[in-house]
Write a new protein. Structure first.
Length: 257
């Protein structure tokens, strides 16, 4: 019998806006109980109201993922009040341009704490119960920017490269215990976060298209879900280039900034 991956409770971080919000609505539309976390309570309240008429429901749980104790408390609360977490999508993230000319260690730390350590704290809270149940799926949202280091994106690329490596490392360790890992690598998606970028963003798609790609990949049990396909091909080619041609490309990117 085929397992229904949309049964049970889902937890989505970074669910107030963008991909996370669109995912929460899509999973609730499939009948799931979705626990939505973000720092802004007003965004979560409007999200829950938007899903009120659907077959599923969205439960707001405000959370700052950079606070490890708060993450532990949130996961314990979710499992008690909404049931065991069957699917966790670790989507909370931020971006800040950090260049060599304006190397801001405070901003660098903020990006690493949100993108990397936020996911690490969530994993630390989720894994014991999932391993004990021998079931569950954790999807980590990284980025195609994690394939190579890109100009002005040192902090962002570093955090996303670390997430890719972390998810790759955990997959074979956990699959024998019934816990599945999925890696989601978006290209440019039209969200409030990307609208702050000052550089060209080729092949941009909207959040609904991103969600369709994620759901398609989850249903087919793919380890890596990457989109859009044009950006995927471009960044994977960039990822295998030797350093000489790679730096020839990124020097051009610097000149266009």
């Amino acid at each position: 019998m085929t397992k229904n991956i949309w049964a049970g409770t889902a937890w989505i971080t970074g669910a107030g806006t963008g991909i996370g919000r669109a995912l929460a609505l899509a999973l609730a539309a499939r009948g799931m109980t979705v626990v939505a976390s973000a720092r802004t309570e007003a965004d979560l309240a409007s999200l829950a109201a938007e899903a009120a008429e659907g077959p599923g429901r969205i439960i707001p749980v405000p959370l700052d993922v950079t606070n490890e104790a708060a993450v532990q408390a949130a996961v314990a609360h979710i499992e008690t009040e909404a049931g065991p977490i069957a699917l966790a999508i670790l989507n909370a993230g931020t971006h800040s341009e950090v260049s060599a000319q304006k190397f801001d260690t405070v901003e660098f730390t903020r990006v690493i704490n949100t993108n990397l350590m936020g996911a690490v704290y969530c994993l630390g809270a989720l894994l014991p119960a999932m391993r004990a149940r021998r079931s569950g799926r954790i999807a980590v949202v990284s980025s195609v920017a994690g394939y190579r280091g890109l100009p002005t994106s040192g902090a962002y690329s570093a955090s996303k490269a670390a997430l890719i490596a972390l998810t790759e490392a955990l997959k074979p360790e956990l699959e024998g215990e019934g816990v599945e890992m999925t890696l989601i690598n978006p290209g440019f998606v039209d969200t409030p976060l990307t609208r702050r970028n000052t550089f060209p963003m080729p092949f941009m798609i909207d959040a609904d298209e991103a969600v369709r790609s994620i759901i398609h990949g989850l249903e087919r049990d793919r380890f890596e879900i990457v989109f859009p396909w044009q950006m995927s091909i471009l960044m994977k080619l960039l990822g295998i280039l030797p350093y000489a041609p790679f730096f020839a490309v990124t020097r051009r990117m610097v000149r266009r900034l």
